[in-house]
Design a protein around this ligand. Structure first.
Ligand SMILES: [Zn+2]
Length: 108
């Protein structure tokens, strides 16, 4: 059993874990992220999460393998949010609409 820290948002009566954002090994780093990246978001708290060994989630994989940086904006996203197959570059969901409309914009 391992404890990591994730960000939890209040959704009506229920708390919802923000899986997409990943996990932190320490409460401090999770709070720092929250402060730095989500200062304008209300109702998000840092919560300890017990990861059972039976659940095949490894922090190392989450951090190193599931994160892909977008070639255009340089921000790291989860793999599901980056299109790595349709283009020569890794294009994140945020950049994709513009990229698709005008790929020449981004050719160096
Ligand atoms: Zn991008």
């Amino acid at each position: 059993m391992k404890v990591v820290y994730g960000l939890m948002t209040q959704n009506g009566d229920a708390q919802e874990l923000l899986w997409d954002l990943g996990f932190w090994e320490s409460e401090e780093s999770a709070k720092e992220y929250l402060k730095a990246e989500m200062a304008s978001s209300r109702g998000i708290t840092v919560e300890p999460i017990n990861i059972n060994d039976a659940i095949p989630i490894h922090l190392e994989e989450l951090e190193e393998e599931s994160m892909v940086s977008c070639s255009l904006c340089g921000i790291e996203y989860n793999r599901e949010d980056v299109n790595m197959t349709d283009y020569n570059e890794n294009v994140c969901v945020n950049c994709e609409p513009e990229y698709r409309d005008n790929p020449n914009l981004h050719v160096i």
